[in-house]
Write a protein that binds this ligand. Structure first.
Ligand code: GLN
Ligand code: ZN
Length: 777
């Protein structure tokens, strides 16, 4: 056998640069401190560095157009001229100014944190932003209308192809596929189906692809992750028409149809009938689809095997992978196989070598994008027959896998015992809600329509700079604590003054609702440079859950105690729930997610019990990310919701009847999971609804939500201060579906991204709304 390496593709790389160079270049441009040329030069430098990095690591199929200044879906909207009238554009190339107006809104209006909502205000707001499939990457939602037309309005894919070529790289350009692009879009008219625009859209794709082909591109990567979702007839038909048309229009260009984030499943027949030259499949999220594909793939089809996890940080066990892949390669023949990550490497940090402070064992179990490319190259060589050349790399990989499997840092016998000993009693409150509500009513004696907030108050520049000073050592522990105490005390006093019924401490001591807990729970590691793009120039460093989870000591007790000591009113204790901690972390892959989640639930349960013992009467366990963790396939929803709800119950059921459990969830689309939410059996839930005009409540016309609920009456994602009358209007809508004793009055979400100047009048108005309605009821 000759020693050939199989082709190795990367599908796409992080864009930010190892030191977040892109963030700084963007922010300096936005702040007016640098000009367009400087920004574009920085971007070109990052692209060149990425190409060089891939080449020097040994990747052979190098992408172009995987770079983006902000988001690849926004790039696509701009490429095809899907620029809504609100933005400054009529024809010709879309300017950078317009591009960023779509991304961030006009001047001064930017996006808030993690939840991903654009602020509204005067001028053009940003396009809506939402999560890219089931990742934590957010894309800008394309907007279409029924008279939508398309035309080529940005030559980015061509320019970047040429740019690479001039540097000596023969690349495979990447584009978001036309069907996925349309399906991600929305229209103001909910009855309008964007897929109906396909025939108008395709000529633009044809133009682009034809030009790429003419310039020398042999292959193009078209990303159609919609193929791992449930598809209706219309979508399948759109796929057939798209690929028939493209292959007919540009017969010389080979299309690598790229699927990821799951198995193709029942779309396989459709996919295998498409006239494309190659198919990329995710063998990590869709690990058991290989045989079905091998059996049915047409003879000429090139398969790109996504074998290294493109969205998690674990090192692969290469020997084990080889064993699995060798028969497939033998069957297909090495000229029909490419080796690739499961999806673009966009979703993992860049280079593990930058992590000089990580525990060395944990570090030896990880691989970021640089390391993953090396893994792919090793695999490619071994599968090409060059075992001897990669012998050492394989041995190291296997040794790491064995070490990880048996490491005492991962396995905690106490946790295993607790997990095994869990019984149904731990998942049930002592009494049903009706009984508890009675006890709690007597204990708290709250007025009808009690008012409260979601937990955080503004994280002002002062709060952030005090935290930074404390982190870098210029502010002592004692001084920092004093500062936080003053902030907390001020917030508590102010809440009393304006007449809120149930208070919060304000969360000034927390950097982030997951990190704050991750840092105090064993089993989590934190990186220094492990950034991944959340949206635009906002990156996050997700904690890495590597081992069994336990809580060595109380995490929130002192701050709760201090805050409660300042007031006679109930002070909600504030925790992040297990599902949210899990969904916003890189999670270990050696046990099921459900098991990791239950372990976290046990740790939170310990905290809940300690809080109750210390006298906390209301405990809020936030599950902001529960909804967004839903699997892409509806058939998998139930399994997920079952263990998610179970985890919540494990951490919250341990308290007495008189202790009131609150929870909070972001996003308003709950109609399809409202029974799961009821099954969590929180005494009170606060939930986002105000922007959707209480749409959520539609669910309650057919479903009688049993417990208490605070449908958010004001949109915290906007700086606008809502009037009392407006909030009364929303409460009135809620009263049509829910009984008065069920209702709480609160904002939509935490207030940390707002300024006090906005929060003060808004909450004063909110309390007034509750009081006025009380007086009438
Ligand atoms: N308690 C958290 C806060 O108020 C909840 C945040 C969230 O829902 N995203 O900030
Ligand atoms: Zn929220």
């Amino acid at each position: 056998m000759s020693l050939v390496s199989l082709p190795v593709a990367t599908l796409g790389l992080p864009r930010m640069g190892p030191r977040r160079e892109l963030k700084f270049a963007l922010e300096s441009y936005w702040a007016g401190k640098s000009n367009e040329d400087q920004l574009l030069e920085a971007a070109a430098g990052l692209r060149a560095a990425n190409w060089a990095r891939q080449k020097s690591l040994g990747a052979t199929i190098i992408p172009s157009n995987d770079f983006s200044l902000y988001d690849q879906v926004l790039d696509t909207s701009v490429m095809v001229g899907a620029v809504p009238d609100t933005y400054d554009w009529t024809a010709g190339p879309v300017s950078l100014k317009t591009y960023f107006a779509m991304a961030r809104g006009e001047q001064g209006k930017c996006h808030d944190g993690r939840s991903g909502h654009a602020q509204q205000g005067a001028g053009a707001p940003a396009q809506e932003m939402t999560k890219w499939f089931d990742t934590n990457y957010h894309y800008m939602v394309p907007e279409f209308h029924k008279d939508q037309t398309f035309r080529l309005s940005s030559r980015k894919p061509i320019d970047e192809y040429q740019e690479a070529k001039s540097l000596g790289y023969h690349t495979r350009p990447v584009l978001v596929g036309p069907v996925t692009f349309l399906k991600l879009g929305k229209s103001a008219d909910p009855a309008f189906n964007p897929l109906s625009l396909l025939d108008r859209l395709l000529p633009v794709y044809t133009d682009i692809l034809r030009e790429l082909s003419t310039l020398g591109a042999e292959w193009v990567q078209l990303d159609e992750p919609c193929l791992v979702q449930d598809l209706d007839h219309a979508s399948r038909d759109a796929l057939r028409r798209t690929y028939a048309r493209l292959s007919k229009d540009i017969p010389a260009l080979k299309i690598m149809l790229t699927t990821y984030f799951g198995a193709i499943g029942d779309n396989l027949e459709t996919v295998l009938a498409l006239p494309v030259a190659g198919l990329h499949v995710d063998l990590v999220c869709g690990s058991d689809q290989l045989n079905a594909i091998l059996m049915r793939a047409p003879k000429e089809l090139v398969l790109s095997l996504g074998v290294v996890d493109g969205r998690n940080v674990w090192r692969s066990n290469l020997s084990a992978l080889l064993e699995r892949l060798a028969p497939a390669v033998a069957k297909l023949g090495s000229d029909r196989v490419q080796i690739a990550p499961s999806c673009s490497l966009l979703h993992v940090p860049i280079d593990l070598e930058l992590e000089t402070d990580l525990d060395s064992d944990v570090k030896s179990w990880l691989a970021f994008s640089v390391q993953k490319i090396k893994e792919l190259v090793t695999l490619g060589r071994a599968l090409g027959g060059d075992y001897a050349g990669v012998h050492d790399a394989l041995a190291v990989s296997e040794a790491a896998a064995v070490a990880r499997e048996t490491s005492p840092k991962i396995h905690n016998a106490d946790v295993a015992r607790r997990m095994a000993a869990m019984d149904d009693g731990m998942r049930r409150r002592n009494n049903a809600f009706t009984k508890r509500a009675e006890v709690q009513r007597a204990r708290f004696a709250l007025p009808v329509f009690p008012t409260t907030t979601i937990g955080s108050f503004p994280q002002t520049a002062e709060v952030r700079s005090a935290r930074a000073a404390h982190t870098n050592g210029t502010l002592s522990d004692a001084k920092y604590e004093q500062f936080l105490k003053e902030e907390t005390a001020r917030a508590v006093r102010w809440q009393e003054d304006i007449g809120l019924d149930v208070l919060v401490h304000g969360e000034f001591e927390r950097n982030d609702m997951v990190q704050y807990f991750g840092e105090q729970i064993s089993g989590f590691a934190f990186t220094k440079h492990g950034w991944v793009q959340s949206y635009g120039s906002r990156y996050v460093r997700p904690p890495i859950l590597f081992g069994d989870v336990s809580r060595p000591r109380p995490m929130t007790l002192d701050w709760w105690r201090y805050a409660q000591s300042l007031t006679e009113r109930p002070m909600k204790a504030m925790l992040t729930g297990p599902v949210t901690i899990l969904n916003w972390s890189f999670v270990r892959n050696d046990i099921p997610r459900s098991e990791a989640c239950r372990q976290i639930a046990l740790a939170i349960r310990d905290e809940v019990l300690d809080l109750e013992k210390a006298g906390a009467t209301m405990i809020q366990i936030d599950e902001a990310a529960l909804r967004e963790g839903l699997p892409l396939r509806k058939s998998q929803w139930k399994t997920y919701l079952d263990w998610a709800v179970d985890s919540f119950r494990i951490c919250s059921s341990c308290v007495g009847d008189a202790t009131q459990i609150h929870t909070h969830m972001c996003y308003s689309e709950f109609n399809d999971i409202v029974d799961a939410i009821a099954a969590m059996d929180a005494d009170v839930i606060s939930i986002e609804t105000s922007r959707s005009k209480m749409e959520l409540l539609d669910a309650f016309t057919s479903y009688k939500y049993p417990n208490q609920i605070g449908p958010g009456v004001y949109d915290i994602h906007s700086p606008r201060v809502p009037e009392t009358a407006e909030m009364k209007g929303l409460i009135t809508l809620a009263r049509q579906r829910l009984s008065d004793p069920q209702l709480w009055i609160n904002p939509d979400c935490g207030l940390k991204t707002r300024r006090w100047e906005e929060v003060r009048p808004a909450l004063v108005n909110m309390v007034a709304a509750a009081r006025e309605l009380r007086a009438l009821s």
